[in-house]
Design a protein around this ligand. Sequence first.
Ligand SMILES: *Cc1c(COP(=O)(O)O)cnc(C)c1O
Length: 429
Amino acid sequence: MTPSALPALPGAPWLARVDGELRLEGHALAALGRRFGTPLFVYSRQAMRAAFDAYEQALRGRPHLVCYAMKANSNLAVLQTFARAGAGFDIVSGGELARVLAAGGDAGRVVFSGVGKSRDEMAQALQAGVRCFNVESEAELDTLNAVALGCGRVAPVSLRVNPDVDAGTHPYISTGLKGNKFGIAHGQALAAYRHAASLPGLRVVGIDCHIGSQITQLAPYLDALDRLLDLVEAVEAAGIAIGHVDVGGGLGITYTDEQPPAAGELVARVLQRLDARGHGGRELLFEPGRSLVGNAGVLLTEVRVLKPGETKNFCIVDAAMNDLVRPAMYEAWMAIEPCQLRAGESSVWDVVGPVCESGDWLGRDRSLAVQPGDLLAVLSAGAYGMAMASNYNTRPRAAEVMVDGDRVHLVREREGYSELFARERLLES
Ligand SMILES: *Cc1c(COP(=O)(O)O)cnc(C)c1O
């Protein structure tokens, strides 16, 4: 039982190779794949809890709320895990609010983000009593005011400010630049706060930003925080109390050789900057998604066919872009490991799915010793994996399992074929 001397796998220490066998919280992944079938997502509950605790520990003694950005992985058992740990939630739709409530979460700890909330979603969130709306435009202020007055409530609002800082990440997941659709321009924020304060259906409770995802540096956070605090000072000087400061989410994880700051380090630096600027007592919110769940999950898949070729060798597996779209959509690199090491020569393979698209790949140019029937694990698949899965090619979505110490829970059954077209109708003639 000697753990391998190779560099730690992303997801360590919960994910480890022992005697050639890949294990998550001590559970052999190959055995889980055989038992529940593939493709299969497997999550470590302890890894999720530890990731959350890293934020909590660093924030101890400070007024704060860590809101899990649940779009990263919205399985009910995942939400339940964070709700029990004391998390709030960052939601972006009415559907996500329904999930929080179904998982036993508290609406009073929910912040509602998103550039295009519908009136129905606003009313639903007001009825549920969310902690605040992260408002993304001046037009949304007016709509929310009208909806709130219509239901006889006052909507708590924070303005999502676009600080115009470059998070240094993939263009699809950079959100804090002038050219992005998100947030209210820094230069218009003071006027927007004045407008919000003048509307009877709204109550200003905070300020927020979210500058991007998979961020691996501290500087963009501190720049954004400075920009927010400049505004807090200007808005409060105009007689409008701000309340909390929400610095968003976006902290990166290790997929390959990235070395993002640890959550504790990010929090410590943010607190240091708050203190230095005389805002130490102010309530601080974070909205982490990926950094709470990404390294806590893997996607298991079985090798179906090996197809060596003249210029490329293809390793065709039973998981595809519909199960895990990150490689196809963001050209994301995700580690792929055999669940059980086998003796023999490695070859270089493109690991691809069975979907009818050349963009359907999980990893390119991977050196692997594999045979048909072997199980592979795509690592760091706990975030933006199942949450972005689709039924493209009429493929049932994968099952999900959560391990927790010596327990194994099936937290989502595999879909069946009939469910895939249950809502469709044949023509009558
Ligand atoms: C997606 C999102 C997050 C979380 O981003 P991660 O990169 O997963 O941490 C936080 N806040 C808002 C508003 C988001 O849209």
